[in-house]
Design a protein around this ligand. Structure first.
Ligand code: IVH
Length: 685
């Protein structure tokens, strides 16, 4: 049985042909496996960009564990098999868990579940051993401490003993109570899995892909990425939830059985699992595992297995623990569904920064309940590594039940007619030569006037995550670029009714709406503009960091490379890229046109940080039209320790009033409650 990969926050290495060769001496093979696992862990946990499936990873891990067992003299304390987790991130404060967070042994085989149950019967002779079967939620393990019912802090697992302080980010999750309901125990260290729901994940990736940012491989990576955001306002925009399934330290509540916890959680207002079973025999365990497999696809969150746990806490006590995991539980992992289909072609997509991405055009096939005709192939190196050829029968798996990926090739079915693929030397959209940047795998079209790039750049600029110009979506941008009405993003602000009336299906009303949306976008905060202009490597957090650090866009444009690189959340690569962007005459010209159009170039007032915020402990009502959605503003207020309610009462401290505020503003005035506008609110942040 191997350790679950969720538990190793900084495991890692590339699985090359030599590693598959079992002829190599055990010592070398061990070293190769450890290096490979460390490398895969880094790609998975730090870069959120794994290149092998969980199943492949588990195979490597198991091989390493088996070899270490056969050659105990070669065991090493720093082997990935000896660690529960990785290093906590330095940027966060650290929290020591009151009770360590252990991991679970996991298996893909029913035979091993049978062995597990047989071992329980051996260790607890002549006893009934009821076990609970519950979903294994595929997210990130978290531990929350409630003291007398009040949320004190939240932490990641980290290395099992010490984790990262993620209180601010967890506090943005609406379903997680800050205060428990009912009779709260004196101390409750409650454990659960934070997840990003399936819909939210699909939406987030669609936005990222539109913005030219790398997509998350699965909801678990996306959840981990969200919880590790240094800026809670970004975490707040992600639809996160938590399913609680266990306790650490517990005082003031006596439980005899794990199954009692489900009702307790409910009473306290903590979300728990939708379904669980109690079984008294192996047959019942397997039947529950099978039933869960049928049901789990309809859960809003992703699951990858069933956890089987001894129900009686007294029996757990007798069974005890091994070094890293309890003897009273096991995780059974379901195989990801895989199907075979023909690779008809490899298409090239040109992104907004010019990156050429190969995409598999598949004979349509159904995987995990949905029709799949396209799958990502990442880059040329990946295609070579897997030896994927056009015409091959390929194996397609839905990574995390969501994104389809080509995970292998049926080389045994080759006819000889299959064609090797080469990335084109010219951009398929504009014909310009393509380049490969040093140290990068991606190939880019460097023609900044490439129409495909231009379209993507303008789509990104206008997208909801950036300047949020309603009505300027893919189809509209396509028409405008094709008709040469837009040649850069600044051109948006020169569009007029006469030009727009020449386009298909543009009546007076839609023209009016679009022009009004363009006008509104002029007052968006600077970070949105910085994100919108599409500087290579600069995402939302980088843009926010810039807008927070500098008083004005001019200061960013004049900043030296060193000055930029010193900003936390920017760093070396991003700093250089920002510097280069503003040395490009075409970009400076666009910025000057945007200045001429009257866009907001002022940075944000310096934030003292959420802890020192004047918002902490205050209650807000938001009303009227503001530059961000009310939900987004509410999340920011919550992230700064405030509360947001729907109606104005004597308990309200501030009413944030935008344009066209109505009855709530009236009521606030009547009750003498302080009304602030958006500028004042931003100052308070
Ligand atoms: S119990 C001492 N129950 O899967 C064992 N874990 O290694 C505590 N997980 O570390 C874990 N769903 O992060 C438990 N219903 C569930 C779970 C669950 C997901 C995670 C957890 C754990 C890992 C397995």
């Amino acid at each position: 049985m191997n350790q679950d990969r969720d538990d190793c926050e900084s495991l890692a290495g590339s699985y090359d042909a030599a590693m598959a060769d079992n002829e190599v001496a055990p010592r070398e093979r061990l070293a190769d496996l450890r290096r490979a696992i460390e490398d895969h862990n880094r790609r998975y946990y730090e870069e959120a960009a794994p290149i092998i499936s969980d199943r492949e990873y588990d195979r490597l891990f198991r091989e390493l564990a088996d070899l270490e067992k056969s050659f105990p003299e070669l065991a090493a304390a720093d082997s990935p098999t000896q660690r529960v987790g990785g290093k906590p991130l330095k940027a966060f404060g650290q929290i020591t868990h009151r009770v360590p967070m252990l991991s679970l042994d996991n298996t893909y085989s029913e035979e091993e579940v049978k062995d597990f149950y047989a071992r329980l019967e051996r260790l607890l002779p002549n006893q009934k051993i009821p076990v609970v079967i519950e979903p294994k939620v595929d997210g990130v393990a978290v531990s929350l401490l409630y003291e007398k019912g009040i949320l004190r802090y939240a932490a990641t697992r980290g290395d099992g003993s010490v984790g990262d302080d993620i209180t601010q980010n967890i506090a943005t999750i609406r379903s997680v109570p800050k205060r428990l309901k009912g009779n709260a125990p004196d101390i409750l260290e409650v454990r659960g899995e934070a997840y990003l729901d399936k819909n939210g994940f699909a939406k987030l990736n669609a936005e990222r892909s539109k913005a030219g940012l790398p997509e998350f491989a699965n909801p678990r990576n996306a959840a981990a990425g969200s919880l590790k955001q240094l800026d809670p306002a970004i975490a707040a925009q992600r639809p996160l939830g938590v399913i609680f399934y266990g306790t650490g330290a517990l005082e003031g509540l006596a439980l005899e059985k794990h199954s009692e916890l489900f009702a307790e959680l409910k009473k306290l207002g903590l979300p728990g699992t939708e379904r669980w079973w109690v079984a008294d025999s192996l047959e019942e365990i397997l039947s529950a595992i099978h039933e869960l497999d049928r049901l789990r696809h309809d859960f809003p969150y992703q699951t990858d297995g069933a956890v089987v746990k001894v129900d009686s806490l007294a029996q757990r006590e007798i069974l005890g623990l091994t070094a890293k995991s309890p003897r009273w539980a096991i995780a059974f992992k379901y195989e990801a569904e895989r199907v075979e289909t023909r690779l008809q072609d490899i298409l090239i997509q040109v992104g907004r920064t010019g990156t050429l991405t190969p995409v598999a055009a598949l004979e349509p096939v159904t995987v995990s309940g949905s029709r799949v005709a396209r799958a990502t192939l990442h880059n040329e190196e990946e295609i070579e590594r897997k030896d994927v050829r056009i015409g091959d029968v390929v194996i397609v798996e839905k990574a995390g039940e969501v994104i389809p990926a080509v995970v292998g090739v049926r080389t045994d079915l080759r006819t000889g007619a299959e064609k090797k693929f080469r990335m084109p030397k010219n951009c398929p959209q504009c014909g310009s030569l393509v380049v490969k940047d040093e140290g990068q795998v991606a190939i880019r079209c460097v023609n900044s006037r490439c129409p495909a790039q231009l379209r993507r750049r303008i789509e990104h600029f206008a997208s909801r995550g950036a300047m949020d110009i309603e009505g300027l979506g893919e189809a509209m941008v396509g028409q405008l670029v094709e008709n040469k009405m837009l040649r850069d993003v600044a051109g948006i602000y020169s569009l007029d009714a006469t030009t727009l009336s020449k386009l298909e299906r543009m009546g007076e009303k839609s023209i009016g709406n679009l022009l009004a949306a363009i006008e509104r976008s002029k007052s968006r905060p600077l970070w949105r503009l910085l994100f919108g202009v599409g500087i290579l490597h600069v995402g939302v957090s980088g843009s926010r960091a810039l807008a927070n650090h500098f008083p004005h866009l001019d200061a960013i444009m004049k900043a030296s490379v060193e000055e930029l690189q010193r900003i936390p959340d920017v760093g070396e690569v991003m700093g250089q890229s920002i510097y280069d962007f503003f040395r490009e005459p075409g970009n400076v010209e666009t910025i000057e046109k945007l200045r001429g159009a009257g866009l907001q170039f002022n940075g944000e007032e310096k934030k003292p940080g959420p802890a020192a915020s004047t918002i902490r402990g205050t209650t807000w009502v938001i009303t009227g039209t503001l530059s961000q959605s009310r939900d987004e503003i509410a999340e920011t207020i919550i992230a700064h320790g405030g509360k947001v309610t729907g109606s104005v009462s004597k308990k309200t401290n501030f009413v944030l009033a935008g344009e066209e505020a109505g009855s709530k503003l009236e009521k606030a005035k009547k009750l003498g409650i302080r009304v602030v506008d958006e500028a004042e609110y931003r100052k308070m942040l």
